[in-house]
Design a protein around this ligand. Sequence first.
Ligand SMILES: Nc1ncnc2c1ncn2[C@@H]1O[C@H](COP(=O)(O)OP(=O)(O)OP(=O)(O)O)[C@@H](O)[C@H]1O
Length: 192
Amino acid sequence: MQAQLIANDIACRRGDRLLFKGLTLACEAGDAVHVAGANGVGKSSLLRILAGLLRPFAGKVEASGAIGLVDERLALDPNQPLGKALGFWEQLDSADRPGRVHDLLQVEALLDVPVRFLSTGQKKRAALARLINSCCPIWLLDEPLNGLDTEAQGTVERLVAEHCASGGIAVVASHQQIFLPGARTVSIGDFV
Ligand SMILES: Nc1ncnc2c1ncn2[C@@H]1O[C@H](COP(=O)(O)OP(=O)(O)OP(=O)(O)O)[C@@H](O)[C@H]1O
């Protein structure tokens, strides 16, 4: 089954503020989308709606394929060494090639370090390794370049491009420039 993610006529309300309305997004296998917009416009909220973690005020989201979200919440046990914390998810997700990107994301040398001691950039690398090991076809990445050095930023751009080239979908919220070949941009400000 090919991956698909369709958000139809979405509106998002947080507290008593309507952040955006009438947002439609249709992603097929191989698509990359850059979600752009100023601070507070609702990029993270849109990703949480797409992930099924936040109910839209209006509209509907339909997905074919498992969804993996990387945002500022790490989803790794802070008290476990990183290797064990990643292993928990690899087992749960029945990862077919666990650890395949540990080298690339330079987490190999950190596997015995408790998650809570990791630096900001190391935590981001670990979160991306968790996502990639999970083999989810639909990636939702909220500010994936935050905290990463220039080399790691390039690695992430390459991993996203490879994911889409192999039939995955990537929806990437970022206020920074991010190089995603063939990506289209959705500016949340257009739906306010
Ligand atoms: N639980 C909540 N209750 C009320 N308002 C909220 C809640 N969560 C977020 N907001 C508000 O919704 C707005 C959009 O937040 P969101 O995090 O989606 O924006 P963003 O575009 O991702 O911002 P940034 O670029 O700063 O990360 C903000 O004004 C925020 O204060």
